[in-house]
Design a protein around this ligand. Structure first.
Ligand SMILES: NC(=O)C1=CN([C@@H]2O[C@H](COP(=O)(O)OP(=O)(O)OC[C@H]3O[C@@H](n4cnc5c(N)ncnc54)[C@H](O)[C@@H]3O)[C@@H](O)[C@H]2O)C=CC1
Ligand SMILES: O=C(CO)COP(=O)(O)O
Length: 348
């Protein structure tokens, strides 16, 4: 297949290796001329993936129109905050070309201010008449390891009933196993909200807290992600899978994770702005904490960790207040709140 990857950052570049290994004709679009030249001439992308040599047939362009014309399938591999402008531009260019688009996005987060899922942002910006299919690819998959062909497993979930098998073949191979799902809400919520928990655990790690506290945060974090997701209409089983607990483990326990590392930087006294600038790559957990906090209020779902991180990051509550809020909140059964939400779903 002819595949265009929109975005020459960490994950877009690592997926170019997978897609090229599967004998697809791979073109990357990037807005930065130097990065594009480096991919074409040196077959590296040293700003985002050090020590990785890309297959020499992967090409890159700074022309979004060329990428659109080339594509039988488009992989949208930009951060959440870039998804809307990029899709708007694709849609504008497509008024001339009138292509029916097969779209796969890989962004993990919620849009700031609108609190929307990425797939909904895409649908808002690209004319329905031009969308043939729209899927999300998500799961435990650090770009650094995918690019080195380390065995990884992900999930492809679609918004529309579509021929997922055809898309699965573009990505799947002996080191990149792709499962399918029809629960796009669950897959997107899991991918987005694990960043909040990873950021929290990075903070805890940096502040010197131990394994008990981290295990509690991962487990109770999954519980609150599942509560919000189920309330919004996700299948609760999705959170037991790769895009739920799987991505939570890989992100909340790894120095590859930008969210985890951002938490560590904050614990050393850096401001949010300083930590994000130092990272030089997207830290989706920051905006997603704001958006998820807003959703928890809107849907009246208890999300204590998200709530505390939100107030810690944006309203300067102290560590002591944060722990009091978490440890001394109203007494409850371990699964009581989730059970109530599940019962509501059954009644509907
Ligand atoms: N890095 C990883 O291991 C993984 C990342 N993701 C998700 O993928 C998304 C992208 O992440 P990364 O590739 O890691 O980010 P990154 O920070 O490494 O790269 C982002 C890329 O997007 C480009 N970009 C930003 N705004 C743009 C615009 N308006 N037009 C064109 N290009 C634009 C940047 O120039 C850069 O090349 C995020 O939502 C992240 O959560 C998903 C799976 C794994
Ligand atoms: O989503 C990821 C791996 O699955 C990467 O997480 P970070 O954005 O925290 O690096």
């Amino acid at each position: 297949m002819k595949v265009s990857i929109i975005g020459t950052g960490s994950f877009g570049t690592s997926l170019s290796v997978v897609i090229d290994d599967n004998n697809n004709d791979t073109l990357m679009y990037g807005r930065n001329q130097e990065v594009v030249d480096e991919i074409n001439n040196e077959h590296t992308n040293s700003q985002y993936l050090k020590e990785v040599v890309l297959p020499s047939n992967i090409r890159a362009t700074t022309s979004l129109e060329d990428a659109l014309v080339h594509a039988e399938l488009i992989v949208l591999a930009v951060p959440v905050n870039a998804m809307r402008p990029v899709c708007r531009e694709i849609n504008r260019l497509n008024q001339t070309h009138k292509k029916k688009l097969i779209l796969v996005h890989i962004a993990k987060g919620l849009e700031l201010n609108t609190n929307m899922f990425v797939s909904d942002v895409i649908v808002e910006e690209i004319d329905a008449a031009y969308i043939d299919s729209l899927s999300v690819l998500s799961g435990p998959s650090h770009a650094e390891e995918v690019a080195l062909r380390q065995p990884s497993t992900v999930v492809l979930a679609s918004k529309y009933p579509t021929d997922l098998r055809k898309i699965q073949d573009v990505f799947m191979n002996r080191y990149f196993r792709v499962y399918t799902s029809d629960d796009i809400i669950g897959v997107e919520i899991g991918g987005a909200l694990k960043n909040i928990i990873a950021l929290s655990i990075g903070l805890l790690h940096g502040l010197g807290f131990g394994d008990n506290t981290k295990a509690a945060t991962i487990t109770r974090g999954l519980q609150e992600i599942t509560r919000l997701g189920t309330k919004i209409g996700a299948d609760p089983l999705t959170f037991l899978g790769l895009t739920g607990i799987g991505d939570l483990i890989v992100t909340a326990t790894s120095m590859h994770s930008r969210n985890y590392r951002c938490g560590i930087m904050l614990s050393s006294g850096m401001s949010l702005e300083e930590a994000q600038a130092e990272m030089g790559m997207v830290v989706e957990g920051v905006n997603t904490t704001k958006a998820a906090y807003a959703l928890s209020q809107k849907y009246n779902v208890e999300m204590p960790i998200t709530n505390v991180l939100y107030h810690y990051l944006f309203h300067g509550i102290s560590q002591e207040e944060a722990f009091t809020k978490l440890m001394m909140r109203d007494k409850t059964g371990e699964t009581e709140e989730l059970r109530e939400i599940l019962n509501e779903q059954v009644e509907r």
